[in-house]
Design a binder for this molecule. Structure first.
Ligand code: ADP
Ligand code: ZN
Ligand code: ZN
Length: 731
């Protein structure tokens, strides 16, 4: 009897066996089948042809339909997904499903959709346009079809052809509808450049040569290069060589980095088709881009995190820009890191993987310093742009005006008077982070979270930034009844208000999630900033990445001290990365930028190191600290999270897992007692976590591998929502 073992998109970490129905042929491994599951049907991927099943033969259900004649994914990608499923201890079916476009998940055919198009009916030929003088719209349609036939619906729309004229002509039988199957459009590798490349400087040339030498084999590269040092130019040169060899390039960028400017830079340079894979695509567009990559029609694919799963007919190189960016880590369900998977994929496909950043993650830096990755650096700013001047401003005992010190206000005034723009960072949206009773000190707290409500003024309401719940601003204190409620702390709305009164002659642009909620409003604001309609720019982290503001000559970070005392050991690294990214927004070739950091702890070792010695030095210093404290990348972690509305159940299950894990410890692995998560209560749920750490990866994974079935066997594991995060990021 023939059996297929199928991976289904469900969280359960197991596969399901089905028999091959009478008369059907055995579906190949890697093809999709439709199978009966629970009370309905599901689409799954055949992953094995087992010789026998644990399910008795007469209990085995036949699959209902075979959907593909050939494997859906190239072998290397299939292997990558298998690898990811076992490394992240996540359901293979769910991993596969997250790697597929939605239409394929639903069982749609894996080929481009046939399109309908219009042409002139043979019986109506020849057409005499003079006959249509009294029906000019029909005349236009026919004239267009005489020029180019057939015309798709979309082309008709683009040419503004009248729909009713088309209908009339169709009713009269003068034109007819046909179905066309899009042909593969292959590009020629002989002539792929549109623009001549720039003359590379010495460092760039060395980097390009080093990488190109490894095309056709695996090698990871880390390009450590300050913003504007020409990293993208290096990528473009490597891609040019990959294309010339007839191979494709996959470029991963942070979520915020996939801007029209980025895309334009790639498509203006090369003649090959460039496809972007991002959340703005509809299902059809996504499938189409995916198929074009798979069939080799796309020369370059640019995408965010999940694009790492794009199949490539002829993989040539993978590039990861801003490799340190946290958006490469998926933070729910299948918690993978796209950068790490890209490296694994590069090894499987035997192609180089190029990572670039001005502020490399400590993980990648350590790999580069230890020699696992080839380390390239770009130290000069291309085009001779100057580095920004940096200043750490001691604000202890300074009179602050809405968070602004007198020295900062003075510096701002100076730049504004000179006709320049200034930019301020405050990573807290809303008016104030808390509303407080002036009589009794009670603070308005979200009922569902362990968090204060943020006070918003535009429009006036309280909002919890953890669970999103909102409510009207109360008239009275819920504890003592006093009406004397005051805000405390500083948010972007309030800072905007203060700036308008301190600098009445200038316009303030505020960029945060609230001010950019409406579609297109961010683009509009950015555009107005570039037109110099605003002189003062104020924003959260949103403003820090991706955009360049050549007229900004002063950048200030207002409130960064919390990062110095945060429980997350990665907080200083993130602060340093933010700081350098922000500094890179300022100035241009002939305008010297200045960056001011306000702090109550100017003597702090990390800040001092960052300011005086730069990120490179800071990062090496921070790595030493990680080594001394045996934190990643000098150890490896797995984090279990538990959450439920039932606090006792959460406590109990995390204790059970702790008890189960302890006996599995070997030398060099540690199971830490469960502890409350950083947000111990969120959206009404109690949250605990349990950390396992090890000196080596193998024993960590072995422990997790043994522990998981035991955890899954616990009754409470069905009541409490739990998850496993390998190499966790936010703790
Ligand atoms: P990064 O990606 O490191 O931020 P880019 O590649 O975007 O740097 O380069 C920054 C600017 O310098 C861009 O405007 C780019 O066109 C220019 N540039 C890069 N390399 C060169 C070069 N070799 N000669 C002249 N200009 C260059
Ligand atoms: Zn009160
Ligand atoms: Zn809340």
């Amino acid at each position: 009897m023939s059996i297929v073992r199928v991976a289904l998109a469900i969280p359960l970490r197991r596969l399901f066996d089905y028999s091959v129905p009478q008369g059907a042929t055995l579906p190949v491994i890697g093809s999709r089948v439709k199978v009966p599951f629970a009370k309905g049907e599901k689409v799954g991927l055949v992953v094995e042809h087992p010789s026998s099943s644990d399910v008795a033969e007469d209990k085995l259900k036949p699959f209902s339909e075979s959907l593909d004649q050939t494997p859906l994914l190239p072998d290397s990608l299939f292997n990558l997904l298998n690898w990811a499923s076992s490394y992240y201890h996540h359901s293979l079916g769910d991993v596969i499903s997250q790697a597929l476009p939605a239409l394929l998940r639903k069982g749609e055919p894996a080929r481009p959709k046939a399109i309908e198009a219009w042409r002139i009916s043979e019986t109506a030929m020849p057409i005499n346009l003079d006959d249509y003088k009294r029906a000019p719209k029909q005349g236009v349609v026919l004239a267009s079809l005489q020029q180019h036939s057939p015309l798709t619906e979309q082309q008709c729309k683009q040419q503004d052809l009248s729909r009713s004229a088309i209908k009339t002509l169709h009713d009269k039988g003068i034109i007819e509808k046909i179905t066309i199957h899009p042909q593969a459009q292959l590009w020629a590798s002989e002539d792929t450049n549109k623009q001549a490349p720039l003359q590379l400087n010495a460092e760039q040339a060395i980097a390009v040569a080093a990488i190109n030498q490894h095309l056709g084999q695996f090698q990871a590269f880390l390009i450590e290069g300050i913003t504007g040092s020409g990293k993208t130019e290096v990528y473009l040169n490597v891609i040019a060589e990959a294309l010339a060899r007839g191979t494709q390039a996959l470029v991963l960028v942070p979520e915020i980095g996939l801007t029209p400017q980025t895309l334009a830079r790639f498509s203006e340079r090369f003649k090959v088709p460039v496809f972007a894979i991002h959340s703005g695509l509809n299902d059809n567009e996504r499938l189409s881009a995916w198929l074009k990559a798979k069939r080799g029609e796309a020369g370059i694919i640019i995408g965010t995190r999940s694009a790492v799963f794009t199949p490539l007919a002829k993989p040539g190189v993978i590039i990861i820009d801003e490799e340190h960016d946290s958006s490469f880590k998926q933070q729910d369900s299948f918690r993978y890191h796209a950068r790490d998977l890209a490296i694994v994929r590069g090894r499987m496909e035997k192609i180089p993987v190029v990572m670039g950043s001005a502020t490399p993650s400590l993980e990648s830096l350590q790999n580069a310093l230890s020699g696992r990755y080839a380390h390239l650096s770009l130290k000069q700013r291309a085009g001779n742009a100057l580095q920004a001047e940096q200043q750490l401003l001691d604000i202890r005992q300074q009179p602050l005006n809405s968070g602004l010190s007198p020295a900062l206000i003075k510096a701002m005034r100076q730049e504004l008077k000179a006709g320049r723009q200034v930019m301020l960072f405050l990573n807290r949206r809303g008016y104030a982070p808390a509303l407080l009773c002036h009589e009794c000190g009670h603070v308005c707290e979200c009922e569902r979270c362990e968090a204060y409500f943020t006070y918003h003024q535009q429009p006036r309401h309280l909002a919890c930034h953890h669970c999103g719940s909102q409510k009207a601003v109360p008239q009275q204190c819920s504890q003592c009844g006093s009406t004397n409620l005051v805000t405390t702390g500083l948010g972007t709305e309030q800072l905007e208000e203060a700036l308008l009164s301190i600098f009445p002659d200038y316009q303030v642009a505020r960029i945060d999630r609230d001010s950019t909620r409406r579609k297109g409003s961010l683009e509009q604001l950015l555009d107005d900033i570039h037109q110099h309609r605003y002189q003062i720019l104020l924003g959260t982290q949103m403003l820090a990445k991706g955009h360049h503001f050549p007229n900004v000559t002063l950048v200030a970070l207002l409130d960064i001290d919390h990062a110095l005392f945060c429980s997350d050991f990665r907080a200083p690294e993130r602060l340093a990365q933010l700081y350098v990214q922000v500094a890179g927004r300022a100035g241009r070739a002939n305008l010297l930028g200045k960056v001011i950091l306000q702090s109550h702890h100017p003597e702090h070792e990390l800040l001092q190191d960052l300011i005086n010695n730069g990120y490179q030095h800071f990062a090496r210093f921070a790595l030493n600290e990680r080594r001394d404290t045996e934190l990643p990348p000098f150890s490896f972690q797995a984090l279990f999270r538990f959450e439920s509305v039932d606090g006792n159940a959460v406590q109990e299950l995390s204790q059970q897992v702790y008890q189960l894990a302890q006996p599995l410890q070997q030398a060099g692995t540690w199971v830490f007692p469960p502890s409350p998560a950083p947000q111990a209560r969120r959206a009404g749920k109690f949250r605990m976590q349990l950390l396992i750490q090890a000196e080596q990866r193998a024993p960590l994974h072995q422990l997790v591998h043994q522990l998981l079935p035991q955890l899954e066997a616990q009754k409470l594991s069905r009541k409490v929502r739990w998850s496993l995060d390998i190499d966790p990021y936010d703790m």
